[in-house]
Design a protein. Sequence first.
Length: 94
Amino acid sequence: MDSGDVSFDMLVESLAASALVHLGDQADRATGAKVAPNPGAAVQMIQLLALLEEKTQGNLDEREVQLLTTTLRVLRTRLLEVRKNSASGQTSVT
């Protein structure tokens, strides 16, 4: 595969990076700034990854399955933390 080719890993990592920006954990690549968490937007990215998992079931190699499963687990856990912090009023961006 040419280094310019798109890969499954790149797709998963791109969607995960977007989710992390919306969770307030990673700076926006375009602006370089961290933003306040936006759980609704993060949910959309997580749902896209879950849809990808559903639609590719049986068509991924073990490494790809592991990447997707682990990514979803980490993002879902982080989403719960953000929602818990939002409910308690802790929405600071660091």
